[in-house]
Design a protein around this ligand. Structure first.
Ligand SMILES: [Zn+2]
Length: 299
């Protein structure tokens, strides 16, 4: 639950805090506001207590903050007397004085809630653009909607349902599939994409995968910030889990171009290949070489 604090209420609560400090009878020489939430409170307390604001605390300085949320920030000032306008029930002990106990998520008067689109507009300004020019006005909104699709891999509700069938034929033949994939690298949020080659060997008494689901699983796992190595592992894991681990082995090779390398003129061409193998693909050289042969043929 969110709660917007108005300036009026904020000032009232700061006065309440001031009264508690006065009642303690303790005299402070100065007040220090913890950046940045404490700045406004420090200025107000300075006026109400008649002491200066300092930008470096000494031993008779009172340390002030807007809220003591987790106590982590306050703990760095444990050698001083401290206060916060707002406090959580379970962080009361972290300060010398507090104003009001609040359990809600607070939005301070000088803090307007910004949508994600505002942050993208900030980024556009940062790179030197005018976010208000005609071609860019709709860009933040378009990016957010696009993320809904290309980052759907964070949404468990969109996880593909993987149908499996009982292995009536008791087949242990290698099943092979290949296709394209598109993902975003987690180091630069730039696309990397290429081809995947997947194979598995079913268990005689296990189940078999609806092979069309492999592409869906690759697509889903790729739809979040990834590393090519982890993407390969995520795919094998999701498909292995779909078979309750009842599989002789799985293998995936992913060959991709990383735009964060190609576009930046790093010496290599940004091509990278990773392989992740399990079970028979790992243990049996013959199965493995059969898989690599299928890759060569499918090119
Ligand atoms: Zn990268």
């Amino acid at each position: 639950m969110k709660e917007q604090i108005t300036f009026e209420q904020y000032n009232t609560d700061i006065e309440l805090l001031t009264n508690k400090i006065k009642q303690s009878g303790k005299k402070y020489e100065s007040v220090f506001g913890i950046p940045r939430g404490g700045y406004y409170v420090a200025i107000q307390l300075s006026g109400l207590l008649g002491i200066p604001v300092v930008n470096k605390p000494n031993k008779d300085t009172l340390i002030v903050d807007d809220i003591c949320d987790t106590g982590v920030t306050m703990s760095t000032y444990k050698d001083y007397d401290t206060c916060a306008v707002y406090i959580r029930e379970n962080t009361k002990d972290n300060v010398t004085y507090y104003g009001v106990v609040k359990e809600t998520w607070l939005l301070f008067p000088d803090e307007k809630e910004t949508g994600i689109e505002d942050h993208i507009r900030r980024i556009l300004s940062y790179i030197g653009e005018d976010p208000n020019r005609e071609g860019l006005v709709g860009t933040p909104d378009r990016i957010v909607r696009m993320w809904g699709e290309i980052m759907r891999g964070y949404d468990p509700a969109q996880k593909p349902k993987i149908t499996t069938f009982s292995n009536d034929m008791e087949s242990t033949d290698m099943v092979f599939d290949s296709g394209d994939y598109y993902s975003m690298c987690e180091h630069h949020m730039m696309p990397f994409f290429g081809k995947y080659y997947f194979a598995y060997v079913p268990k005689k008494d296990g189940r078999i995968l609806g092979i069309s689901k492999v592409a869906r699983v690759v697509g889903y796992c790729a739809a979040r910030l990834q590393l090519q190595e982890r993407l390969a592992r995520d795919v094998v894991k999701m498909l292995t889990d779909a078979l309750d681990g009842q599989v002789e082995g799985m293998a995936i090779v992913m060959r991709g171009t990383h735009l964060c390398k190609t576009m930046r003129g790093v010496k290599n061409n940004g091509q990278m290949t990773v392989a992740h193998l399990s079970g028979v693909f790992k243990d049996d050289p013959q199965t493995r070489s059969e898989f690599y042969k299928l890759i060569e043929q499918s090119k």
